[in-house]
Design a protein around this ligand. Structure first.
Ligand SMILES: C/C=C/C(=O)SCCNC(=O)CCNC(=O)[C@H](O)C(C)(C)COP(=O)(O)OP(=O)(O)OC[C@H]1O[C@@H](n2cnc3c(N)ncnc32)[C@H](O)[C@@H]1OP(=O)(O)O
Length: 260
């Protein structure tokens, strides 16, 4: 299997289990961001993969964000390169064809939280802590944080986190809509994999289009999207999965998806 720098990848059925593995804090650097971009491209090309679960290695960090050593000498070329790499990697993750689930097993800080924000669903362990603390070190969240966070938690909480450096615990994160589920210590991965199994019971053709429709709701007005929704519904009838889904239901059997 291809080597992905600082990422462990294991395919389990229809799910790709991805572990950010860059001790001690699972920080992001050039190699791991390039690897994530390549990995998502490879998973998009694998018809057997319907879901991606991403977590951090060890029990303390999901990811502490960018490796701050990269920004120590004020090099603008490095800043430009890193913000491009973050953007490309996390935009690729957000556009993943299937469903992405962040299993937040510890600190998710800065670019670590932004990685989770690029996923469709977030599950946090009870001891996890989340923050966008870039302003505390003279930076700003440049991997989607200023745009994604307010969408999920509203402008007030986003400003508390981005402008005041507030760190939220898992229960607060659930209350404000930053994560959808809180589980016990050491249980995020298992919970995420279970949810991924539910994804595998849905038609991958439907899931792909539904995800795009939901994401479009952020940028296009409902008047336009409602028309688009109807068009996409009709287009699904070109897929083998549509035929299979309805026929399996009527025949009282489990569907066998084709991903086309
Ligand atoms: C576009 C994206 C931009 C960004 O992401 S900018 C970076 C944003 N992230 C941060 O600012 C988080 C920085 N880290 C922390 O604040 C702390 O960590 C925590 C609160 C998360 C945990 O604190 P504690 O329990 O005291 O652990 P520890 O000793 O600070 O961390 C263990 C080792 O990990 C290194 N480390 C942690 N975060 C980073 C980082 N972001 N870049 C480089 N190294 C990091 C530390 O230095 C240390 O290392 P050693 O054991 O050698 O002393």
């Amino acid at each position: 299997m291809t080597h992905y720098a600082h990422l462990q990848v294991e395919k389990r059925g229809h799910t790709a289990q991805v572990t950010i593995d860059n001790p001690p804090a699972n920080t992001w650097n050039r190699a791991s961001l390039n690897a994530l971009k390549q990995l998502v491209a490879d998973l998009n090309a694998d018809d057997n993969i319907y879901a991606l679960v991403i977590t951090g290695s060890g029990s303390k960090f999901f990811s502490a964000g960018a490796d701050l050593n990269l920004f120590a000498d004020g090099n603008k070329l490095v800043a430009t390169e890193m913000t491009m790499l973050f953007g490309e990697a996390f935009e690729a993750l957000a556009a993943f064809r299937g469903v992405s689930i962040a299993a937040i097993n510890g600190y998710a800080m800065g670019g670590g939280l932004e990685c989770a924000l690029a996923c469709d669903i977030r599950i946090a362990e009870v001891q996890a802590q989340m923050a966008l603390p870039e302003a505390a070190v003279g930076l700003l969240p440049c991997a989607g944080g200023t745009q994604q966070l307010p969408w999920l938690v509203g402008e007030g909480w986003a400003k508390r986190m981005i402008l005041c450096g507030e760190r939220v615990d898992a229960d607060t994160a659930e209350r404000i809509g930053l994560v959808e589920e809180v589980v016990g210590q050491g249980q995020a991965l298992e919970a995420a994999l279970k949810l991924a199994e539910k994804v595998a019971r849905q038609s991958p053709s439907s899931v792909k289009v539904c995800k795009q429709l939901v994401q479009r709701a952020r940028i296009e007005p409902p008047s336009y999207n409602l028309i688009h929704e109807r068009e996409q519904f009709i287009k699904l009838f070109d897929t083998a999965d549509q035929q299979e889904g309805v026929q399996a239901f009527l025949a009282k059997r489990s569907p066998q998806w084709h991903n086309r």
